[in-house]
Design a protein around this ligand. Structure first.
Ligand code: DC
Length: 220
């Protein structure tokens, strides 16, 4: 029996892939995996437990101890609601350091694949198409210019009442892009066979519609 279909959506930080991926999942009635949240959870747990972000093997030992549940847009880690706590810029930066360790990436493989359930899965991240679901029926590389991404992040933070400087956000996301793209283990790449979706000038609805159209063509 063939495995449930996967739509893999990869791309750089703040490209809007999370928003697009979760809406595509909603429209199709598919499950949704936000793989970046898993790296953020490891980052948060390592901070709580005082584990050095340079120590890959020690960080990977945290993974089996994480009791994670995704429910109604809430993320629960070992009994606490960490939905907001994992979204800070500092946890994002820490996650990109933690995610550079091959031991951490390996420890998260089975957990990510366990989300592949009927009727299908939309998975977003950096290596969904290249490493975790190489047999995805549709592979999308969703991107936007660094300036457009920094501006989106800025608007999101301001809307939440969090003060931010556009210039600092741009610098932070360029640093994360560089780390995510240049690391040895599963760097952010456009996977073979992936379709590139440039969203700098697209609305969310347009981006979602494009992915849904591509999916319909892929299964036709
Ligand atoms: O998508 P995000 O910003 O929530 O991801 C946080 C960090 O996790 C990002 O800097 C890189 C890392 N990440 C990864 O290495 N592989 C993934 N599949 C998802 C995220």
């Amino acid at each position: 029996m063939s495995l449930p279909p996967v739509i893999a959506i990869d791309g750089p930080t703040a490209s809007g892939k999370g928003t697009v991926a979760s809406l595509v999942a909603q429209k199709l009635g598919f499950h949704y995996l936000d793989s970046g949240a898993l790296y953020r959870l490891v980052a948060l747990a390592s901070e709580k437990e005082g584990i050095d972000t340079q120590k890959g093997p020690e960080l990977s030992l945290l993974v089996p101890k994480l009791l994670i549940s995704f429910k109604n847009n809430q993320i629960i880690l070992n009994g606490s609601d960490v939905t907001e706590a994992i979204r800070t810029e500092s946890i994002g930066l820490r996650a990109s350091v933690v995610a550079a360790h091959p031991e951490v990436r390996l420890a998260l493989v089975d957990l990510q694949r366990s989300f592949r359930q009927l009727p299908g899965l939309v998975a977003d991240g950096r290596d969904m198409a290249s490493v975790i679901f190489p047999d995805a029926i549709l592979k999308v590389f969703l991107t936007a210019t660094a300036a457009a991404r920094a501006e989106r992040r800025y608007k999101q933070l301001i809307a939440k009442g969090i003060s931010a400087k556009l210039e600092d956000l741009l610098q932070d996301l360029q640093a994360r892009d560089a780390r995510d793209s240049n690391r040895g283990a599963a760097p952010l790449v456009i996977a073979e066979g992936a379709k590139v979706l440039e969203t700098s000038d697209l609305s969310i609805d347009q981006a979602v519609k494009t992915v849904l159209d591509w999916y319909q063509s892929a299964i036709a």
